[in-house]
Design a protein. Structure first.
Length: 468
């Protein structure tokens, strides 16, 4: 996301999103649809909860021996004729791809949907190097035309209405197109088909990589992933190191719950297994296969407080149910990964300082944990993140003052009794229909958009005495 947007306070970004009528319409339709589809899918899948537990166990066991499985994966990829590149940072991953382009004279690269490449801002780097990146996932293609970033992990253009998409694709097509999904998809297909044939390099992410076989797994709902991995002469896959899993048996577990969590499908339309470059006698596939294993802050969290965030399958289910995300969309978060899990991933990749505002962009209702296919306890980690921000004095001073004062009051029975008595008197000018509004000083920003319940006329202790 652009630094200019990050310089705008989160409250202003969120306010702008709340005032965007088109965004509100698009978010309501899309997230409600995803919620209903997921609910229906798991309702007829009684073994789903057991598989979620099993998937969580696999993720935890893999992290405990991550170095072993990554080594096994690398060995098997190279045994099959591929090349493995280790990238400690996002910059190293980006430079590896740019060097491959320079060495092989690549002028155009077609891309399948990949949050990892968004994470390292690959498109911008390719353009600066004179390489034309072409997003071939329909959602990514739409936001590339709009010169925007994805606003959802699996549905990049979730914030766009059909009318807005029609405007974008009509401009490329050179004629006015109806705001009909089939018409727009057909027009996009015409534009993209020639790009597949022209591109020298195909770039993808990886949903999983199987250590025991050296297989990179892509899960998509469009055929573009297979075109990207088979037509260009070079295939580059960019993968966070946490995506490795031990075996094909484990893969079956994840495939059974991933699509159900993401889109409510029993299985995605396309599950593509890539095993190195084209072998002698094979009729299709790339001449070269490169796998970039990217750390970019992940290994620091294996023994850190954000360890569970490394379980994430990037299904987007937590975004769909989050009451904050459903109101403001992904762009208001200001970073590559939006939503509740995005706050944790951003802290993992960029440090706690980067989410000093976003750490509070959650109601802690627990809906995200309920739908997570690997049961990541996002609310707990958000609370721990808020605690660290306070302890490290990263949180705004007014917030630290308010919570520090509240802590001292709650720890002292005498102070609590005194504050209750004072509160009943001091709140009178701010009572409005039984609620507190327009409080002054450090509470003014809070009550500008929220009403608070008043201090009770009688404390619990006073009521208890009457009961006795």
């Amino acid at each position: 996301m652009s630094e200019g947007l990050l310089n705008v306070p989160f409250s202003e970004r969120a306010g702008a999103a709340l005032g965007d009528r088109f965004l509100q319409e698009a978010l309501t339709i899309a997230t409600t649809k995803f919620i209903d589809l997921r609910k229906d899918s798991f309702a007829g899948f009684p073994e789903g909860d057991a598989l979620r537990d099993q998937a969580r166990s696999i993720k935890e066991a893999t992290l405990q021996k991550l170095d072993v499985y990554l080594g096994q994966l690398a060995d098997n990829v190279e045994r099959l004729g591929g090349r493995v590149h280790w990238a400690t940072t996002g910059e190293e991953a980006r430079e590896t791809i740019l060097q491959l382009c320079r060495d092989r004279g690549v002028r155009m690269a077609v891309k399948s949907k990949s949050m990892a490449t968004e994470e390292i801002e690959l498109n911008e780097a390719l353009e600066k190097a004179g390489v034309t990146p072409v997003e071939t996932d329909l959602g990514e293609y739409i936001i590339q035309l709009a010169h925007e970033k994805p606003s959802h992990i699996i549905a990049p253009a979730i914030h766009k209405t059909k009318g807005q998409v029609a405007d974008l694709i009509s401009e490329v097509a050179g004629r006015r197109l109806a705001a009909d999904p089939e018409v727009l998809t057909a027009a996009a297909r015409v534009q993209l088909r020639e790009k597949f044939l022209q591109a020298e390099m195909g770039i993808t992410g990886a949903n999983f990589a199987v250590a025991e076989t050296g297989t990179v797994v892509l899960v998509t709902n469009e055929g573009n992933g297979r075109m990207v991995t088979s037509l260009p002469r070079i295939h580059v896959a960019v993968m966070g190191i946490e995506k490795v899993i031990p075996s094909m048996t484990d893969l079956v577990v994840f495939l059974a719950i991933l699509a159900r969590s993401a889109t409510g499908q029993k299985l995605s339309s396309y599950t593509t297994l890539v095993r190195g470059p084209r072998q002698p006698g094979e009729l299709e596939g790339p001449e070269e296969f490169h796998l970039i294993l990217m750390d970019n802050g992940r290994s620091r969290q294996i023994a850190g407080t954000l360890r569970e965030a490394l379980y994430c399958l990037r299904c987007g289910a937590c975004l769909n149910v989050c009451p904050v995300y459903r109101q403001i969309g992904g762009h208001a978060y200001g970073h590559t990964y939006p939503g509740p899990i995005g706050i944790l991933l951003t802290a993992m990749l960029r440090g706690d300082e980067s989410v000093k505002e976003l750490a509070h962009a959650s109601s802690l209702c627990g809906a995200c944990k309920d739908v997570c296919p690997v049961r990541i306890d996002i609310p707990r980690m958000l609370i721990e993140l808020r605690e660290r921000l306070d302890r490290q004095k990263i949180a705004p001073w007014a917030e630290r003052f308010a919570f520090g004062t509240l802590r001292r009051v709650l720890l002292s029975p005498a102070a609590f009794r005194l504050s209750s008595a004072l509160g009943r008197v001091l709140q009178r000018p701010f009572l409005n229909n039984g609620r507190l509004t327009g409080l002054p000083l450090v509470l003014s920003r809070w009550t500008r958009t929220r009403d608070l319940p008043p201090v009770a006329s009688r404390t619990f202790r006073e009521r208890w005495k009457d009961l006795q």
